[in-house]
Design a protein around this ligand. Sequence first.
Ligand SMILES: *Cc1c(COP(=O)(O)O)cnc(C)c1O
Length: 381
Amino acid sequence: MNSSLIPFNRPYIVGKELYYISKAVLQGNISGDGAFTDKCHKWMEERFDIKRALLTHSCTAALEMGALLADVGPGDEVIMPSFTFVSTANAFVLRGATVKFVDIRPDTLNINEQLIEAAITSKTKAIVPVHYAGVGCEMDYIMDLAADKDLLVIEDAAQAVNATYNGKFLGSIGHMGCYSFHETKNFISGEGGALAVNDERFVERAEIIREKGTDRSKFFRGEVDKYTWVDLGSSYLPSEIIAAFLYAQLEESSKITKKRTEIFSRYSFALAPLANECKLRLPHTPECCNHNGHMFYVITRTAEERDSLIEHLRNKSINAVFHYLPLHSSPMGRKISTSEEHLPYTDDISARLLRLPCYYELSERDQDTVIDSILDFYKNK
Ligand SMILES: *Cc1c(COP(=O)(O)O)cnc(C)c1O
């Protein structure tokens, strides 16, 4: 019996993390905004074409900064998918705003851009597209609509670091973009994130909000001779220990992305026969998108079949997991949203989706075990 567990995720350590952390410690500066934070900022700005990158302690924090910068408050509405992580909504609810959940597209599981316009009211302030599994939302359409209606676009690109849409990096297209470096994501620092500020108008205030509402960043650049409390803010910056760890990961981002997309392709190829027989559905990536191999999921025919496939895999020591419970029908979601009670694709697909083990160090042998177990499950079905 094969008893070694195949986990759903395993954080990958590239090798230089502890060396960079020791450098940060020896330099005598481990609070935020030191040399490694600066390196991470410059790396992201150059690589992803971001006006101003700012490390945060999580994507949750970056989203909260986005909500502060968007100036949303009681009476304002923000449009987003319901098929997302709670932080996408919490960030705006914390400011007193109301969330309007929009259904997803059945192909990419991203917000259905065609349904956004009908959700816009005179109270709408922002649209928050979430790039599920590192596959881009229809950003050209969304940006045009937002420009037309004078709305802000804040991308939740937590899963989409180093993925592109029409040749542009996700997170660099909206007025702001939010990244996650949580250990379940592609590039990690334990907990971690970044805010990409792409619109010049928000750069100065973003620095202030991140520094507890003070103009400390200006002070360090010598632009003011003392710093003081000038706006709302909090402490959103991570320590240099986190930044040093992250920088080692960013340096290896091409290698990590290549390996993850290979794992993704191997699953796609091996499971294609089942998809051709319509026994299950595989992820769809539009022509204009390059995903980053963040996630490989399958969609079963029924919710019951999904649950018995999870059970079947668990019996073979494979940990495959479902994903989001829709926010609109959650206890909190029902309190804070003004959406339809039923979002057909969100409700249906969230009950049939299963994520397979996908991480840098997944061996071909273990991946074959996962694949064979799935083929075996469908043999007589
Ligand atoms: C992971 C994730 C987040 C939260 O990221 P943290 O860095 O853990 O705060 C937010 N949105 C989406 C879509 C995510 O996948």
